[in-house]
Design a protein around this ligand. Sequence first.
Ligand SMILES: Cc1ncc(COP(=O)(O)O)c(C=O)c1O
Length: 399
Amino acid sequence: MDKDKRQNLKFDSKAVYCPPDEATKSISPPIIMSSSFQYDAEIFQRIIDGARKDVNIYGRCGNPSEYQFEEQMMMIEGADACLATASGMAAISVALLGLLKSGDHIVCDWTTYSSTHEMLDHRLTDYNIETTFVDTSNADAVCAALRDNTKVLYFETIANPSMKVAEVAPLVEMAHERGIVVMCDNTFASPYVMRPLDHGVDIVLESATKFIGGHSDVIGGAISMKSDLLPKDFLEQIRWNTMVKLGAPIAPFNAWMLSRGIQTLSVRVERACQSAAKLAKHFEGHPLVTKVWYPGLASHPQHEIAKKQMPKFGAMLTFDVGDGNRALKVLDNLELCCFSASLGGVRTTTQIPALMAFLDIPEEERLEMGISNGMIRVSVGIEDVDDIIVDFDNALALM
Ligand SMILES: Cc1ncc(COP(=O)(O)O)c(C=O)c1O
């Protein structure tokens, strides 16, 4: 099937379809594990003449399994180009370092993944790239933070752990009027729940480790692009001048695992979203739960925005049990669900943001970001939702 036809398929079909391997006709793509490739005089001349993606040069410069994953990601993100990376953080770092120069400025939402926050707040400042952190749900605050040297507006489509939903269209409009590139991390949503490029975002970043892989057994990331602001070959430029130089490409086996994960993304995430909605409602009426954050609840501050942008609402939710000790007791008493870092797998996983991902951020700053000590974050899996509810109820009773 040609590319145009594939682009016109519905999401689920796009995710499942994979062209047969040309050499063997296998319907599962082969894994090419080689780090080196044999040249002949003609191939060698093409490399000298500047050929890149259309010849295999060396594992770090590109690999057929990596390109296969990139092609599938491009389809499901509705992108014009994609770059696969060693991890979600590699995607974020390569995109930022590929785009920015010393003296540039970023405006970023104040709740992002902790390593992203630290990268912007500490690491990039060493290279004279400054970030202003604002609440991106406040358009006036975003507007006031923009400067002549602002190059990037950055946010997460569903922010961790408050599940805040960024209203994308006005942010894109404000940024594009000033020639600012809009970059967002879509990890908590996944392309099944939201496709930010359809809403005008220029670059979307995914930690494919999460919903795309879906089984908690692989690390990887992806940068996808559809933009009128950036050169069409921007991702190919940064593949060479940034990702290859940083040594951040994905390993072939990981790319293959993620290609496989994409094929079941929609069925897994559909089920998880339905269960998350049921679990959120259950927590809302629970006497031991003080607050619930889930975009699908009418009580969520961005519920109406979420309804328009991502009507499936996602598989992530957070609830509060009052303090850190109580939160720890709940997680320690879970039997079916898992107390663990990360998210997006077939198993329901939980964590305490204040004690885990955000531990390095000073408490005062954390509380200002809306991250209280008793918050428990849940990534809902595909177990039977009634069993998930019983597991949480038992654990809450033992708190
Ligand atoms: C929202 C978000 N973005 C990026 C990352 C980084 O992904 P990775 O661990 O694949 O580098 C994470 C990891 O938890 C995350 O939660």
